[in-house]
Design a protein around this ligand. Sequence first.
Ligand code: ATP
Ligand code: MG
Length: 767
Amino acid sequence: MDEQHEADYLKGLNNPQKAAVLQTSGPVMIVAGAGSGKTRVLTYRIAHMIASGIDPFNILALTFTNKAAKEMRKRIENVVGSEAKNIWMGTFHSVFAKILRFEAGKLGYPSNFTIYDTDDSKSLLKTIIKELKLDDKAYKPNVVLNRISAAKNSLITHKMYQNADELTSYDSVSGKPEIAKIYNLYAKRCFMAGAMDFDDLLLKTFELFTTHIDVLNKYQHKFQYVMVDEYQDTNHCQYMIVKKLAAVNENICVVGDDAQSIYSFRGATIRNILNFEKDYPDLKVFKLEQNYRSTQTIVNAAGSIIAKNKDQLEKKVWTSNQLGEKIKVLRAVTDNEEGRFIAQSIFEEKMKHQSAHTDFAILYRTNAQSRSLEEALRKLNLPYRIYGGQSFYQRKEVKDLLAYLRLTVNHKDEESLKRVINYPARGIGKTTLDKIQLHASEQGVSWWDIVCNAEVFPNLGAAKSRLADFATKIKSFATMLATNDAYELSMHIAKSTNLLKSLYDDKTVEGISRYENVVELLNGIKEFVEDDSSELEKNLGVYLQDIALITDSDKDDGSDDKISLMTIHAAKGLEFPFVYISGMEENLFPSQMSTGSRKDLEEERRLFYVGMTRAERKLTLSYANSRFRFGQLLPCEPSRFIGEIVNDFIELDKKAFVKRSDGDKPEFNRFNKRKSESTEKSNLQNKYGRTNQKQTTRSLPPPIVNFVPDDTTEIKVSDVVEHQRFGKGKVVLLDGDFGNKKATIEFDEYGKKQLVLKFAKLRFVKN
Ligand code: ATP
Ligand code: MG
């Protein structure tokens, strides 16, 4: 290795970081606070290994999201070049799916097994619950799936579950004694359909390594160096697999932060960190204490929050970054107003600091909160992207085409077959489907077997020939698998099933958007085929495997300048200069379910800590006094978490009312409530020379910014406005009548322009 080269990349590390990077052999653990460079250490460590001559094929790095893996790979590539491509790097699920693709046959699965997403799993459970004639109110697919998932993550198979008295008696007590039976059927049906659900990707890998020692040996030999980021959120199954993989070489490095463990509801256990020392007595532990991400205010405020938790490892965190602005707390009357305040604030900060949209993130506790935020951003023409939630791949039309593709690759895929057997409509009605289901369960075969042999079942009547045609069609697609790439075949399928045409013919707004989505999917497949940065084959089977594990947050185009919206869970490991945490209300954050026990409340507090520590430069918290939830407008109280932040670090919005955790005395921010309202009122009157009726009521919102969005009917000569494209300018002339009003504006950069107000989307700006 070139000495100069080494010195270059090691220069970007402090001493403890460097020590951890250089310690490439043996068991290593880094437990350190947020923003202290844990992920950076992992990245540099891998780069250093490759630069020192370790074969990248022998390195396995497990990250929390595919996005994180991509990011790491890019950085490593900067140091070591294209060798970085050969590292096995990705989420547990994606790496194990890759292993299973090679080894599935040993477990009796086809190598082109389908990966069922949560929707598929729920749909299958629904069918089973119906077949067993159980009450679907007691057995909600969601709840049953969680139970099965928890069992799988604890390595409890369907066979073990039936004999696990503790579990079955818990089920009986909670009114769901048949869970074991459902789990059993569910596992069998998945197997019959050649399908694995998300949890199976972990469980089956574990089974593979337990039952096929030769296979385990092969991977132990291959992955001589194993690294895991966000180790605090691994569950028992992941822990066991990692332990098995590292058992021979013991070159294992895990990094994490117990204060950021936020997935215990999915079976993640902090014991994995605590046990690590016991598992590896030769363990070398490195401590990182300097935070490089955030201002002193943010670091200290986050520290003051996490200090409230009793269960945690002792850690120091400090930063030499600047003090920074105080944490701002915004209070709104309704959730819609909260959205508007945040949008306005982003708009202002953006202007003030000339920041990009990507510098901003709005975080929330639950996906449903995004609606009011989205509306407000749209009104101000602020571009945004939602990560998670309803992802592109979850949209009906996208799933429909994908179902055809999946069925082509794996005919036994029951959920896909059900989806497309009568779509577009081909006269195979519900009665026929019920009969197929009955025959399939009676015969103990897959739906596909019945469809292919319809003539055997007299009661299928006239549908027989339609079923035969359908089967012939799917088989004909399959014959093209070997000769056509994924794009050619997908396009052929989209056309010859009439799916593309039927969407094209629908000229409603929704229809057009559905058509565009399917075209977008086809574009994506084309990109996959044309991407020469990966060595993968370009056939449909590989494509499906590739996308099965993509979540929306991973489908990052990277280049787009957009504000990020996501749940706090999805924000783990990320950082943004400006962060807004919305919905800081009791029963929302902390969530209603968590306030009953200290353990659950502490997890919510860790989640808040994760949210706060995403912010580099400025953190803003917001809450509303009322929020539309569960179909009704509910009154809300500010979150106890706001009150837990040491007072010195926060600046409450005028009128914000927060109970201090250190005493019951309520705190009004410096202002007497009455006085602040009348001051606001006169401010508004002065600024616009008129009184806005709506804003003079008692529920007057605090004027955190003094411009009125979207109210260009009120525009006057000499107002300063901003146009999305032309920037800032001053109104010099108004003419035209209502509905066709035009403004002549002198723009700072673009000179004079006459704009029709209806289309101009102007915004008032502070003078
Ligand atoms: P989290 O717990 O949130 O995952 P982390 O400990 O993984 O945080 P990183 O994301 O690795 O922290 O680092 C936080 C930020 O600090 C990143 O922007 C990183 O590039 C920067 N950073 C880390 N170490 C250094 C350093 N020695 N010099 C300069 N910048 C650093
Ligand atoms: Mg990290």
